[in-house]
Design a protein around this ligand. Structure first.
Ligand code: ADP
Ligand code: GLC
Length: 486
């Protein structure tokens, strides 16, 4: 049994902007089931404070002249022990965890997540009189990047693991911020936190954690290349012997078409015909022509470049010339929101665009769709294609990262051997998107389609096996640490 301090800046069902929340809400409980003693550290955003039950005070401290309290609570869903960094000056404000109401990053993000990391460091070094010291500190994404960097300055410290969920978000700030945060001067160098003259939070994790991993085996290989490395490929190559990829699992209780609380017509492989009721209901709800013979394509996504919106918009006119309906639920960059809405206004019988974050609708669309669109330019893991597999909504994806690791293309060979479960673009272009879509539509309403659905729904992407890989990684990190301490 190891004691693990798991650092995350979002956690489902309390606060979510993307897949990290889903992972943070489901991996720690899976690791608890494997005998690990987990404490999850999360900023006490107002939304979180509203949802949790009477947290109790564990410790009080101060950083940068701000009062900080460490609070403790448990998640009613699974008993997970949650520690909250309560610092009103940093976290108690309306808006998102990283951006304000105008979609701009909070001006003091560096300070906010430095405070978060300093709490983690003080817990890790047993400075808060908690009677609990982790064996391992497990950070996620740039928001926790300073923790491994600061911890490695100490000889007696826990082992560290840093998980990359998305290398494109790096937590970059100017040099003055590094000075203002009063970070140790020795960390300002090429092999430290400095990145082309800027302060890089994510480098703290990449350069200094005992082990680094990312969320799919393919993305772990891709980020060693210039094309996917976001300028960090050199550092990652240098640390490649400490770098690995573990495919995300999903919370199979939250995402289960048989027991989904948002569905009027739950279904499984044994009553798959029920699935089309969900389609009819959604068509009615959204004001689309109600017709079970028109294939419905769904997309649920942050509307950012990563998610393939460029090629979707390039191919939109041709896509809408096909006999399909398209439903997109998402929020993100304003220019994508506007362009998509423009198409929806011009073709109200074929495309609906719902701007905003909408949990119930995302479940209903997974159930209602025939195809799920996810042609990302890069995708560290991707969870929506996995949810789609589980819902028998065949994913149409690009051939990158976790998409390549989870979706098996319905080519003749894969259909024959029974492994096909979706459609994979040869290249991430508008032409290939349309060609692949036409190929998919050629199989629509055939026996093969049903076979693909059954294969998809039978795939097991629960945490069962992936959580064990994290255990192995924890052991490796502890081994590295022991080795280093002699
Ligand atoms: P990423 O983390 O890059 O956004 P993932 O596929 O890993 O991509 O995870 C995205 C998660 O966020 C999924 O659970 C998805 O359902 C959810 N999501 C994204 N956009 C929305 C939205 N507009 N409404 C509801 N859920 C959304
Ligand atoms: C990131 C990635 C996504 C991944 C998620 C959870 O947001 O963009 O691919 O599934 O993190 O690991």
């Amino acid at each position: 049994m190891n004691k693990i301090l798991y650092l995350t800046s979002e956690l489902f069902p309390l606060i979510k902007t993307g897949g990290l929340a889903d992972v943070a809400g489901s991996l720690p409980p899976a690791l608890t089931r494997l005998g690990q003693e987990m404490r999850v550290l999360l900023p006490a955003y107002p939304e979180v404070m509203r949802k949790v039950k009477q947290p109790s005070l564990l410790a009080s401290t101060r950083y940068y002249n701000q009062e900080v309290k460490l609070l403790e609570t448990r998640l009613p869903e699974n008993g997970l022990s949650l520690w909250l960094v309560h610092c009103p000056a940093a976290f108690d404000r309306p808006g998102g965890p990283y951006i304000n109401g105008n979609g701009e990053p909070w001006h003091d993000n560096a300070l906010r997540f430095a405070i978060f990391c300093l709490v983690a460091v003080d817990i890790a070094l047993s400075r808060l009189n908690l009677n609990w010291q982790p064996d391992i500190v497990h950070g996620n994404d740039w928001q926790s990047g300073l923790a491994p960097a600061l911890l490695q300055l100490h000889s007696r410290r826990p082992a560290t693991l840093f998980t990359i969920h998305n290398l494109a978000y790096q937590g970059l700030f100017d040099h003055q911020t590094f000075l203002d945060l009063d970070l140790p001067a020795g960390l300002w160098h090429l092999d430290g936190l400095e990145f082309y003259g800027q302060l890089s939070f994510i480098k703290g994790g990449l350069a200094f954690a005992d082990r680094v991993n990312t969320v799919s085996p393919t993305y772990a290989r891709e980020i060693l290349q210039v094309k996917f490395g976001c300028g960090l490929e050199g550092l990652l190559q240098h640390r490649r012997h400490r770098l690995s990829g573990i495919l995300n699992g999903i919370d199979s209780r939250v995402w289960d078409p048989k027991h989904d609380k948002y569905l009027k017509a739950p279904y499984g492989t044994e009553n798959l015909e029920q699935k089309s009721i969900n389609k009819t209901l959604l068509q009615q709800q959204l004001g689309l022509p109600v017709d079970s013979d028109i294939p419905l394509i769904g997309m649920i996504s942050r509307l950012v470049e990563q998610k393939g919106l460029e090629i979707i918009l390039q191919g939109m006119a041709d896509l809408l010339a096909l006999p399909v309906q398209l439903v997109i639920v998402g929020t993100g960059d304003t220019h994508y929101e506007l362009q998509l809405s423009h198409w929806a206004n011009r073709h109200p019988d074929q495309i609906k665009v719902i701007i905003g974050y909408n949990e119930p609708l995302s479940h209903r669309l997974e159930a209602a769709g025939d195809l799920f669109l996810m042609p990302s330019s890069f995708e560290p893991c991707g969870l929506n294609q996995i949810y789609s597999l589980r819902y028998g909504t065949l994913p149409l994806v690009s051939n990158v990262g976790g998409l390549a690791d989870t979706v098996v293309d319905a080519d003749a060979e894969n259909i024959k051997i029974g492994t096909a479960n979706g459609f994979v673009l040869p290249n991430q272009t508008a032409d290939d998107l349309l060609a692949t879509l036409r190929r998919a539509l050629g199989l629509w309403q055939t026996d093969t389609w049903r076979q693909l659905q059954l294969t998809a729904m039978g795939n097991d992407y629960s945490w069962r096996s992936s959580a064990k890989h994290y255990l192995d990684l924890y052991h490796l990190a502890l081994g590295d640490r022991r080795g280093a301490m002699g």
